[in-house]
Design a protein. Structure first.
Length: 123
């Protein structure tokens, strides 16, 4: 029985380029005071988590808010949960802005990919 040459080799991921996610500054009123946050779009594992939320899920809105806060503000789950429990309206507003920014970002990525494909076909 021949041993597979690929067994035991390390996976080379050096071809992957690190992508810096864009940020956007938002202002939200918390306790009658304007507070400014830098948000970023949800990506990677966060997008996977979002896609796993079913349409019929009773906690869909809560899960969307939690994931948006965790990935958009880069905070731990326990911090996001505490924020949601103490400042529900502000948490919902921030989560909504993060989800909106995520959609904008993903649309730009799709547009850029189409442009690259178009340019490759021309050459």
């Amino acid at each position: 029985m021949e041993k597979n040459d690929k067994m035991g080799k390390k996976i080379n991921l050096s071809f992957l380029k690190h992508k810096e996610l864009p940020t956007k500054e938002i202002t939200v009123k918390i306790n009658d005071e304007d507070q400014t946050f830098d948000i970023k779009p949800i990506s990677g594992r966060g997008m996977t988590s979002l896609s796993l939320i079913g349409e019929e899920d009773l906690d869909k809105t809560s899960k969307l808010c939690l994931i948006a806060l965790m990935y958009g503000l880069d905070i731990k789950q326990s911090e996001a949960e505490a924020f949601i429990n103490t400042e529900t309206a502000a948490a919902d507003e921030i989560a909504s802005k993060i989800l909106e920014f995520t959609t904008e970002y993903n649309n730009e990525v799709i547009k850029a990919k189409k442009e690259v494909k178009k340019n490759l076909k021309v050459k």
